[in-house]
Design a protein around this ligand. Structure first.
Ligand code: ZN
Length: 75
């Protein structure tokens, strides 16, 4: 975790458009990371503010299905 990173993950919801950090007001969007859901092939999408490093858990899930694994295996 980079210096200044916040450990707690806050919940965030998409209203109309989501590009502003509620913590620091940064307006140019977020980094995206993924957090695996235990005993599932899905993962939560976690947004990270590039400026203040606040982490936001969304309600969106990404699927780690076989298609993704096949695509990753191609060269
Ligand atoms: Zn921020």
């Amino acid at each position: 975790m980079p210096p200044g990173a916040k450990e707690s993950i806050q919940q965030i919801k998409l209203d109309h458009e989501l590009h502003t950090c509620p913590d620091c007001g940064y307006t140019d969007g977020f980094h995206v990371s993924f957090k695996k859901v235990k005993s599932s092939k899905k993962c939560h999408v976690v947004l990270i503010c590039p400026q203040c490093h606040a982490r936001y858990q969304t309600e969106w899930k990404a699927s780690l299905d076989n298609e993704v694994l096949k695509l990753n295996g191609r060269t």
